[in-house]
Design a protein around this ligand. Sequence first.
Ligand code: PLP
Length: 384
Amino acid sequence: MKRIYLDHNATTPMNPEVLKAMLPFFTQNFGNASSIHNFGREAREAISKAREQVAALIEAEPANIVFTSGGTESDNFAIKGIAYANEKKGKHIITSQIEHPAVLSTCKFLEKQGFEVTYLKVDNCGKVDLDQLRDSIRKDTILISIMHGNNEIGTIQDIEEIGKIAAEKGVFFHTDAVQTCGKIPVSVKRANATLLSLSGHKIYGPKGVGALFIKKATRIFPLQHGGHHESNRRAGTENVPGIVGLGKACEIAQKSMEGNCRRIVDLRNRLQNELVERIEDTVVNGHPTDRLPNTLNICFRYVEGESMIMMLDMKGIAVSSGSACTSGSLDPSHVLLAIGLSHEIAHGSLRFSLGVDNTREDIDYVAEVMPEIVHRLRKMSALA
Ligand SMILES: *Cc1c(COP(=O)(O)O)cnc(C)c1O
């Protein structure tokens, strides 16, 4: 059976070029980057090249990139690191209700440590209200953490405006750009970001590696203590193959972003139009234009997302409902509730997230099988 993968916001297949770049660093070039000898030098040089590749993708200076174990660690490091380094200045943090769990759970944790967190509401397209953001900044506000692109509905926030507001008020600004890096242009300069998170496995790189951009001269509390790695910001022997892979993935993303984006957005729009046209009672979620080019989140009334996923899976099609991180729980997605959907409608949501290998045939096949699946489930449903 042909398998069609439409869950790229959960993870992506590794680009073969990335694997090729990584392989020597598992075997012959196995050195520890802290060693003085030739083996160590090779590893050091490879890390330094990767730092340049990552920095180039987000318009940063290589010296301001710290390698981490992924998006989750980058978010934790950014938020806790800034919170602990600035708690004498203030204990108030602003974020939004639709952040990734890596941000939300970190904020919840800090609340237990005596920090205060404002969770900004979003409108029904998933946008943060900038006036509300301005109004919620207080004397003791130290950090604003607002994601760039939402992993579930794809809504893109105006991070340049948010960065401007943060800078005017002298507040640090962190953005989780895990979903936008490699898909649309991301610039720490234009966004005036103090900190920016990205992850390897969302951009056709390896799992378990990511990066945090930290603006020059920003005081940040390290989360891991040990050796002097990563300029004393993150202790632990570097994951050299992973870092090399992340660098390569960033380089490829930068080169191919424009072409991929144009092709993928066309396919996404085709899928959206076909589904809305062929199936009654659908609601497309997220912002109509300010949305990740690859993401389609759509609710099918009177059916359960999980049931649709299982029936699609039997046809070889992989999609998700809500987010992979919260699946397994019966609570509907916090993002869908935050944009004002009822529990009932939110339960019928599917997320199609396209990637570079998807073809028009893939999309047409999905558009062909979906109506039949939805109709069959609606017939069985007591709600319809
Ligand atoms: C996937 C994701 C993360 C977590 O990244 P990992 O590398 O899987 O830890 C954080 N934020 C967003 C928006 C994501 O999509």
